[in-house]
Design a protein around this ligand. Structure first.
Ligand code: FES
Length: 104
């Protein structure tokens, strides 16, 4: 698939964690939920200048580290103020114990 890039080995991302991932001139955030699903969104919060990779995964949401706004990980929709603009989401794949992201 065009735009499919390898991020890292899946065991580099601990369950319940968010990580920052930079590729070309963009920043993404990758999430692994406690029930072992992977998601990816734009890396910067839509409310301010904060990296969501530094945030906390709570269920199927990410909580921004700056003002504690939240987004749904599946569709990027805003879930708690002060966040009111959603995030772009990206498809993730796990193959041979590696995580891939479709950045197209
Ligand atoms: Fe993320 Fe304000 S910068 S909630």
């Amino acid at each position: 698939i065009n735009g499919k890039i390898e991020v890292c080995s899946v065991d580099k991302i601990i369950k319940g964690e968010a990580v920052r991932f930079d590729f070309r001139d963009k920043t993404y955030a990758i999430y692994r939920t406690n029930d072992d699903q992977f998601y990816a969104t734009d890396g910067m919060c839509t409310h301010g200048n904060a990296h969501l990779g530094d945030g906390v995964v709570i269920g199927e949401t990410i909580e921004c580290p700056k003002h504690n706004g939240r987004f749904n990980l599946k569709d990027g929709s805003p879930k708690r103020l002060p966040v009111c603009v959603g995030l772009k989401t990206y498809t993730t794949y796990v193959e041979n114990q590696s995580l891939y992201l479709d950045v197209s």
